[in-house]
Design a protein around this ligand. Structure first.
Ligand SMILES: [Fe+2]
Length: 194
């Protein structure tokens, strides 16, 4: 934490947006920095899955992922520019992402479409839950940022629904229910299919 604070001094401007205390503006930017890492990580992970899916449903899943990647990349840009607007330098380098993230790298390589879908559902679980927490935290300080995150969360939830449609049976049950890791979700999803 100490290292992060000393770095923060170099990255923070002497201003924030009008009507916000400077500390509050910079605190909101700090919350957004982790959302920037999460969405940057997500767009790379989705592309990785796009390249690594195999199996009979290849083309449908391969092609479904690209529009999600485009939208997530657009969301990354909005978050980064909001951080800059608030008077803080956004950190967009891969090294910073890896050093500061609190989650593990995506764990699947070449795998069946349903395994990637199940694992990506887990990835979305984490990103969406953290986005909701950020909505709550930023909402106390800055409704403009809260609004940005709220819109993005709706989109992320819709993308997750696309994935979940592959995992849901007619009774509305998720084949991956109860799974807590990408690998266990992948295994459960694949087992249910066969
Ligand atoms: Fe491609």
């Amino acid at each position: 934490m100490a290292a992060k604070n000393s770095k923060a001094k170099d990255t923070q401007a002497k201003y924030t947006v009008p009507g916000l205390e400077i500390e509050d503006g910079h605190r909101v930017a700090e919350i957004l920095q982790m959302r920037l890492h999460a969405l940057n990580d997500l767009q790379l992970t989705l592309k990785h899955a796009h390249w690594n899916v195999v199996g009979p449903n290849f083309i449908g899943v391969h092609e479904m992922l690209d529009p999600q990647i485009d939208e997530v990349r657009a969301a990354v840009d909005v978050i980064a520019e909001r951080i800059a607007t608030l008077g803080v330098s956004p950190g967009g380098t891969p090294g910073a992402l890896v050093a500061e993230r609190t989650w593990d790298d995506y764990s699947l390589g070449r795998a069946d479409t349903i395994e990637h879908i199940a694992a990506l559902d887990q990835v979305y679980d984490g990103v969406i839950a953290d986005h909701r927490n950020a909505i709550e935290e930023t909402g106390k300080l800055d409704p403009i940022t809260e609004d940005i995150l709220t819109g993005q969360t709706g989109d992320l939830e819709q993308f997750q629904w696309f994935l979940r449609s592959f995992l849901t049976n007619a009774a509305g049950e998720l084949s991956t229910a109860g799974a807590t890791t990408e690998k266990s979700a992948a295994k459960q999803g694949a087992a249910k299919k066969s």
